[in-house]
Design a protein around this ligand. Sequence first.
Ligand code: BEZ
Length: 212
Amino acid sequence: MATLRLGDTAPDFTAETSQGSLNFYDYLGDGWGILFSHPADFTPVCTTELGTAAKFKEEFAKRNVKMMALSVDGVASHAEWIKDINETQNTVVNFPIIADEDRKVSDLYDMIHPNADDTLTVRSVFIIGPDKSVKLILTYPASTGRNFYELLRVVDSLQLTAYHKVATPANWESGEKVVVSPAIPTGEAKEIFAKGVEEIKPYLRLTPDPTA
Ligand code: BEZ
């Protein structure tokens, strides 16, 4: 499988998970999805990431986003590890973890980077839209745990920019001013954005978050 790129269709699959056999597309339904991989069970950084993901589940659910994690260990290993995660991270892991022992899903999503590690998955993140296209890809090495606040932030940006003719500037947080899409002339932008358009340069126009 060629490397996945933004805009590509996220490959569908059916896999064994900590919550039984699941079909990815059926699981996502018509909502958004986050598929993220971990190097291995019973490892410290992954333990903190999955505990954090469990604590963020409600925030993702508010945004109509479902999570599915993956590691290349088996279902029995996942079940034991989840007990440890719940105990040490003071949470309840409440989303499926794929048991990708045959690397089927890892290969589909190119999650094994042989020059980093030839058997374990790196820390990949795929955010998938309701149309099943890939909206965002992140890749972190095993040594660096991901920032789940950043994942929420990018979901907010992806969802805002999917439905409004805006883009979000550096370090943007939900509710802050956004950038008018470069394709829209300022005159037209002033008609579209009732809250006002501030023209700093002809190519740099700000408007209040249209949803705030
Ligand atoms: C971890 O999750 O802690 C980890 C996994 C593989 C390599 C290094 C760290």
